[in-house]
Design a protein around this ligand. Structure first.
Ligand SMILES: [Zn+2]
Length: 254
């Protein structure tokens, strides 16, 4: 198991990575997003240098608000055009997997239509990413529509698309993270870890919400031994390091 942490896309990218490296993480979950981590604002040479300095690997992450499931075709196309600028950056630093987030149209459109819009865009993106040597991960988000059934339909319709489990998102609306692990284990290639109380996407440190960690990690460890990003968004970083300590202890014990 490898443990990583993301850069904050609105802060200085190199400084963010310095913190991640100094604190001994295995990889950076590289959030390439507005407004300070966009292709125009990144110095690839310096980025490579700081990654090498700390022996950090990368998992790619794109903006969660890309309109890949918009009912407007022009907006879906614009999302593809935008990602065309980001894929070469990931390629140049040797990233293998890149996350794309679920995106649902307004409730006037059915779940089935939402699946269709997203699947259409994702098929195009999987092909485009392949040209840059990248594989795409689908991360279900914090909406009621990111259910087992809907996620399953998307993954079935888009061959070559992999599954990104966000444990916090899979704990909302009475959902159970273990069920997502069991159902999509053959496509599972990356994990985001954070806690909540099941009512909203709070991104809390592990053990501060209602997730039954022992239960979830036991199932995860059975099928998975890859990258886990601590998506703990606390102002004080000591809670991130505490989450890592707890995760390592629990993982060993299971
Ligand atoms: Zn996430």
């Amino acid at each position: 198991m490898k443990i990583g942490f993301p850069n904050h896309p609105r802060k200085d990218l190199l400084k963010e990575i310095e913190w991640i490296g100094k604190n001994g993480f295995d990889f950076v979950d590289l959030f390439l997003e507005e407004d300070r981590a966009t292709p125009e604002r990144i110095d690839i040479g310096k980025l490579k240098q700081v990654l090498r300095k700390y022996g950090l690997e990368t998992v790619g992450h794109t903006a969660w608000y890309l309109p890949i499931g918009s009912p407007m075709k022009a907006l879906r196309k614009a999302a593809v055009q935008e990602l065309k600028r980001y894929f070469p950056v990931f390629n140049s630093i040797g990233t293998e997997y890149v996350t794309i987030h679920a995106n649902w149209p307004g409730m006037i459109f059915s779940d089935r239509e939402g699946v269709k819009f997203q699947a259409e865009t994702l098929k195009e993106l999987v092909e485009l990413a392949g040209g840059f040597g990248l594989k795409l991960l689908y991360e279900p988000i914090d909406s009621v529509r990111d259910s087992l059934e809907n996620v399953s339909m998307i993954l079935k319709r888009v061959p070559g698309l992999y599954f990104h489990l966000d444990i916090g998102h899979a704990n909302l609306y009475g959902r159970k993270p273990e069920e997502f692990i069991r159902r999509f284990r053959s496509k599972l290639k990356h994990v985001h870890l954070h806690d909540n109380h099941g009512n909203f996407d709070a991104h809390l440190p592990m053990g501060c919400g209602s997730i039954e960690w022992e239960k979830v990690l036991k199932v995860l460890k059975k099928y998975y031994n890859g990258t886990i990003t601590l998506e703990v968004f606390s102002r004080e970083k000591k809670y991130v390091l505490l989450t890592r300590k707890k995760l390592k202890e629990l993982w060993k014990k299971l």
